[in-house]
Design a protein around this ligand. Sequence first.
Ligand code: SF4
Length: 467
Amino acid sequence: MKKHNLNENFICRIWENETFYSDLKTINGESIEILDIGKRNFDAGPDFLNSRIKIGNQLYQGAVEIHKSVKDWYSHKHDADGKYNEVILHVVFYKDENYDDESDKPVSKNSRPIPTLILSEFISRPIKEIWNEIILNPSESFLLPCYPKIKDIPQIIINDFLKKLSKDRILMKTERLNERLLKKSGSNPSRIDWEQLLFEFICEALGYSKNKNQFLKMAESADIVKLKKMKTDILHTDSALFGISGFLDEQIHKNEYVINLKSIWNEQRDYLKPELMVKSEWNFFRLRPANFPTLRIAYASAVLNEILNNELFRKIIIMFEDSISVINDLKLLFKNLKISDFWNSHYNFNKSSAKKINAIGMERIGDIISNVILPLVLLYSRIYNKENIRERVMYLFRKEKIISRGNEIVTKMKEQTGKSINTISEEQALIQLHNFYCVESLCSECEIGKIIFEKKNIREPMKIIIY
Ligand code: SF4
């Protein structure tokens, strides 16, 4: 297994979220059942206090200590520190290569052997996915190593650096789209290739952090070339997407909508021959009903229907050529896409609402415009040498006011940097700074870090970002 350089804060975040792992066992093969994860401790002493954990048949109450590897127990000298006498479980991410079961086994100062868990052996989702989810959801204790000194840095230095980062970000997104387009259709993409690209990346944005990869997988399986050869309406696109995503397999509810979807799916499945998913791939845990993937799939279906029957891609390009108010027109376009009636009153197939449900909010539309539409139209302008469109995209990116109030990262970065954010490009720049400099501990390459940490060893461990 490839070893990632995860810091202890990060491992604590993984440990806190029981959906990231399953079927835990100690190094000695005893089962571990978490009854209460306990309370995170940010002071001296073990990382979690008041945990209740059943190991084998024995129930323990006490502390949990988190480390990168087993040997950290001794290198951090916890064997000689009474504060760690209460540790009931030692959770480490990796097992050391030359781990010795006898000499490396952790023992407390009062000579009690402490059971150890190698967490990486029980992770139930790809580590990249877990990483993304954690960095997209910073905790209350989120702290940048340069805080609060960053607030003393001259604004002109911060602004110039953020300008560079915003440009890096839109070009990076454009490049990612370009790679997908080249992979799919070579250097001469057809209209349908552009439509498929648009659909895939809108879907990815609809998945947000918890279902991003699932949405992308579903969209890649919805072959627009084949769908265009069929007569489709919203019921057909619902059927295709809920069928591909695995939700129709388990529907036993006999309302008219579900019966129709299943019957259409029975006809579509053999023709589309998509890569099928299973319902358990989708994450619902800790999501508000308004963010349930089922409701988002219903919206994705409205997007797909608009692509198939109303030339959504062409409409968007025409807006960048002709509209005097592109962003407002885009907002209206995405706001008014029509989902099936069933989803006006349902969050999933079993959960209904007395109130009318809004399938998509302005936040998500803002996200789609900033992260998908602007980079995609920029790519289009580059491939077809449409200088007028390119200038328009870059102007909107620099000048247009942010549409959403920003995600958790933006909120935290605004607090920590003291920077107020007005435009799409400023918002994107803060995300770029967080994702590619702060998270990677690249303070030495950051214009802010170069000043703040000028005389110090910037790789010292305390400079790690706290999540
Ligand atoms: S990368 Fe820059 S902004 Fe981020 S923590 Fe380091 S110095 Fe601060």
